[in-house]
Design a protein around this ligand. Sequence first.
Ligand SMILES: [Mn+2]
Length: 338
Amino acid sequence: MGGPVNGRRAEPSPTVEVRIDHYSAVHLAASRAREIAVRCGLTGPLPDQAGAVASELASNLDKHAVDGVVYLQPVPGVPGLEILAADRGPGMAELARCLSDGYTTTGTLGTGLGAVQRISGGFLVRTEPGEGTVAAARITPPDTSPAARRTGMVRLPAEGEEFCGDGCAVAGETGAPTALVVDGLGHGEPAALAAHTALRAFEGLADRTLPEIVQGLHRSLRHTRGAAVGLLRLHEGRAEYCGVGNIRLCVLSPREEHRRMDGRPGVVGWNLPTPQVRSVPLRTGQVAVLYSDGIASRWSHAPSPFLLRLPPELLPAALAHRHRKYRDDATALSMEGL
Ligand SMILES: [Mn+2]
């Protein structure tokens, strides 16, 4: 998936974005979903089902929503396609209410999302008048066990770029889960190579302490253009964050005050500051999100109640849709506390 980077192993494909700004985009979303579903390892009727789900979500956006977008990407860790939809209201809101109330209509409105829910291995939707809607549907083989952990991610290349200079990964299925977001300096292929090098190095470092991981990444990135790095490790009731450069952390909670943390100035691979680990309370029901500077950090100064309540599966799509800078690669990765 994705082109090879200087002949090295290809990076998993970044998130594919289809803006629903015209009816023709509905067909585009469906055909891209079918095509990416095949590349994600789905077989039999599943690619067509993925196309049907993408078509339904996109057609709702086309008919009823303002500023609608569909994101398509592999489900991390298992064969499968994730289809995310986001808008700024108002139409999807009505549909989602019908769905969550079990309310049926004689029109095509409720039935469409009901079908999406039946076909999908997992379907989540959140909506609020004035805020819009975010939805996620996962198409996976019938025997797929549910995700071990509640996470979400979106990784978008800068507009017009083939390569994404950001990377992200989660490791530690058994031990303390550890997430990495990396932003190769600049964008395009050299940035992608730096991000790719960091991801490969992270595979062998993930069970070390966070400062050791940063130092290991620093060594492996010496011959690249360097990167900003953010690491997040979950423990019961808390998390550790270690950041260098513009990979920020925000911890969101429906009722409590949110917490923000910024990385220390520096470039991993070039001038590494002494890595500093900071601990932050993070419990079940709270969500931590690591994000690159392709998402404007302004949102985190006063997150809306809608964002504060989003589950980890939906938060990255909402941030990318509302706060993305189109001239930079943009990544967000979220995890729920343990
Ligand atoms: Mn960037």
